[in-house]
Design a protein around this ligand. Structure first.
Ligand code: UD1
Length: 429
């Protein structure tokens, strides 16, 4: 199993290219199941989760072609993939595949919408709370699917097709909104989704679906209206930049000090996080090329933050912010409202010398003058990158074990950071 070794204390200077968003790529690839034609996605990040989803789609009979190198194109830029679901040969998504990545459960929506049936294993994914799928099932039921749950599988049937409906989510759910939107695109009649997730990745997927011939309005707001169509076609779509990767590297610079251009990043995708970081003492300057972040010498100010659905502070940046606040000059408070049990990084940060007290869903972080390197363990995707951030400012050497979690969501992390001067390397085996 690979490890990452970091020696703290180096400032970061240079350019970090921001990859395409993982959380848009996955539903966009799944949307490829909605059409017989080819869906071409550009700016696809090289991530373990993308490869895993390729396997899952392949099992349904989807051909995925990854375009080779093109003259003049930087091989470090995202890839272009061609997804062709001409013949769906199997509507079952088995446990062995779905249990590795929660978002793969979302295939249930296009399969039942296009094929009239789907049998999908209940999901796995990051161990951050119970993460049920009841709201996704509710949405499909509202659209007329007949659902049975048996032996760990969700069986969805709609032999005569889905029909438009009003879907009111009692709580904001990204996966629920994606699945409702995809399924409703091929339903007969009008669907209205109320209390929809407003995450930018929802709007990106809606854009792509509209290019494929869907009729979706309001994506990005809390009310999405979908006029169902009989058929969708192929399209070409470039994945939007990853706001979580952007925020993570902004925090790395806040932690280590330095001056870095986050190339291709878009400030409007993470304004709440950028505001928090500016409050903590990071200089954030939008430029034509992306976002420039600088911190020179000054200390970090503590913050009070509560995670919330977009446009609030993202839960996917909570662990990274906590790592940063371990070095602030004072007491910070971070409250997690989206997932219970998303504090697995706390005990690992403590191994580096952090002073964090947990009370229910609120962490109180007393800033310390110094962190000290130690061996630590990655537990989930976002928690593991928070350890990398802490290690950048820790004295001496930190080894992060089980980095396969990192590889699920961060493309070439050690290369991107070492190109800016961090002392970081991957140790294989
Ligand atoms: C997505 C993101 C993940 C992010 C999360 C919240 C992807 C691939 N993943 O996950 O990175 O952390 O949004 O921004 O885009 N819930 C239910 N019942 C359901 C569905 C969800 O109770 O049927 C609850 C969840 O347990 C959680 C909350 O709703 O407490 C939000 O979950 P949701 O927005 O659905 O998260 P994901 O789509 O799984």
């Amino acid at each position: 199993m690979d490890r990452i070794r970091i020696v703290g204390g180096q400032r970061l200077t240079g350019t970090i290219p921001i990859s395409g968003a993982k959380n848009a790529t996955l539903p966009l690839m799944i949307a490829g199941l909605l059409t017989e034609d080819t869906l071409i996605l550009e700016n696809v990040p090289r991530l373990a989760d993308v490869i895993q989803l390729q396997r899952i789609l392949g099992n349904h009979g989807v051909d995925i072609l990854i375009a080779g190198k093109r003259p003049g194109v930087d091989p470090k830029n995202g890839r272009t993939i061609h997804i062709s679901a001409k013949h769906i040969v199997d509507t079952t998504a088995p446990y062995e595949l779905v249990s590795k990545m929660r978002a793969s459960f979302w295939v249930v929506a296009p399969l039942v919408a296009r094929m009239g049936e789907a049998k999908v294993s209940m999901p796995g994914g990051c161990a951050i709370g119970t993460r049920p799928v009841d709201l996704l099932i509710m949405a499909l039921t509202r659209l007329g699917a007949d659902i049975e749950i048996e032996a760990g599988y969700v069986m969805a049937r709609a032999p005569k097709g889905l029909r438009g409906a009003e879907i009111v989510f009692p709580k904001v759910t990204v996966g629920g909104t994606h699945t409702a939107m995809m399924a409703a695109s091929l339903a007969r009649g009008t669907t209205v989704i109320e209390n929809a997730a407003r995450e930018p990745e929802i709007a990106d997927v809606a854009d792509c679906l509209n290019k494929m011939g869907a009729n979706i309005t309001g994506a990005g707001s809390a009310r999405i209206v979908i006029e169902g169509v009989a058929k969708l076609n192929g399209a070409r779509h470039a994945v939007l930049p990853d706001r979580i990767e952007t925020g993570t590297y902004a925090m790395a610079v806040a932690m280590a000090g330095g001056d870095v251009l986050l190339q291709n990043a878009r400030p409007e995708l993470l304004q709440s996080a950028l505001d928090v970081l500016a409050g903590a003492g990071l200089r954030v300057t939008p430029t034509n090329e992306g976002i420039r972040v600088t911190r020179n010498g000054s200390g970090l100010a503590p913050v009070e933050v509560t995670t919330a659905p977009f446009p609030g502070f993202p839960t996917d940046l909570q662990a990274q912010l906590m790592a940063l606040m371990t070095r602030a000059g004072g007491t910070s408070r971070i409250t997690e409202t989206i997932f219970e049990n998303r504090f697995m990084h706390v005990q690992e940060l403590a191994r580096l010398g952090a002073n964090i007290h947990l009370d229910g869903q609120t962490a109180t972080i007393e800033g310390v003058a110094r962190l000290k390197g130690a061996p630590v363990m990655a537990t989930d995707l976002r928690a593991s990158v928070s350890l990398v951030i802490a290690a950048l400012a820790a004295e001496g050497e930190t080894t992060v074990n089980r980095v396969y979690h990192l590889d699920r969501g961060f493309e070439r992390l050690e290369e991107k950071l070492s190109a800016c001067g961090a002392a970081i390397e991957r140790i294989s085996g």
